[in-house]
Design a protein around this ligand. Structure first.
Ligand code: HEC
Length: 220
């Protein structure tokens, strides 16, 4: 029993001696019993390093490196995703961060070109058609299999009359049962979808008078 106490005492002293002062400041690197991943074979930024010709750990990107997220080009303007501008929020500049703002911008900030519409059709088919249907009447596959009971008909007079900015806000942040698609669809593609949605709506609202005279003549 005596030897046990002696051995126990020595053990306690060893443990305290080795690990006891670990919180203190040392001139040397402290003894790490469980180093985990604190010490790694990697280059610290801005430290001397003999591997590179410049003698530094930090290197400039090689020539020809492409920026990962260049700013969005809207006409002459360059827009970054964090800027509080109509392109990003669907609201007038510096209004987008105010909760409950409803003065949405009337028009799509992107010029509606054939390229934008084609992109919008493709993205609409991927992201919206499963619920709203290929023609936007709310009869997508999710309704047929019974996954969603009520999906908005995008040809409703109320929705046709919404400002482009409000549609953008719905696509970005969602509404009631519809989730927001900002994380999945980049800003330009959301506006492309809205341009295409307007074309879908127009396809139902057009009249014979909208046709060119020669096409109208062919109809009769
Ligand atoms: C998972 C199914 C689903 C998908 C995918 C979906 N929506 Fe919806 N959407 C809904 C439902 C459900 C509603 C009705 C929400 C409510 O008012 O309860 C709705 C409502 C809307 C409205 C009407 C909002 C209003 O003011 O009442 C618009 C506009 C709309 N969606 C556009 C889109 C567009 C554009 C896409 C593709 C980016 C899309 N939705 C994708 C389910 C979906």
């Amino acid at each position: 029993m005596r030897y046990f106490f002696l051995l126990f005492g020595v053990l306690v002293l060893i443990v305290i001696g080795v690990a006891g002062r670990r919180g203190d400041l040392f001139r040397h690197r402290p003894l790490q019993i469980f180093p985990d991943m604190k010490i790694q074979l990697k280059l610290r930024p801005q430290t001397p390093n003999g591997f590179f010709a410049s003698g530094l750990s930090s290197q400039l990107p090689p020539p020809g490196t492409i920026v990962q997220s260049p700013p969005l080009r809207v006409g002459e303007q360059q827009v970054y995703p964090f800027e509080d501008l109509p392109v990003n929020t669907g609201l007038p500049a510096n209004m987008g961060r105010k909760p409950g703002a409803t003065n949405f911008v009337e028009l799509n900030p992107f010029p509606v070109t054939g390229r934008l519409l084609a992109r919008g059709q493709q993205r609409y088919t991927i992201y919206c058609a499963p619920c709203h249907g290929a023609i936007g009447d709310g009869n997508g596959i999710t309704k047929k299999i019974g996954a969603m009971a009520i999906v908005a008909n995008l040809h409703d007079k109320r929705i046709v009359e919404l400002a482009d900015g409000e549609l953008f806000n719905t696509v970005s942040n969602g509404k009631n049962n519809m989730q927001g698609y900002a994380p999945q669809i980049v800003v330009e593609d959301r506006w492309a979808i809205i341009a295409y949605l307007r074309a879908l709506q127009l396809s139902r609202l057009g009249s014979v008078e909208d046709l060119a005279p020669e096409t109208r003549a062919k109809l009769k």
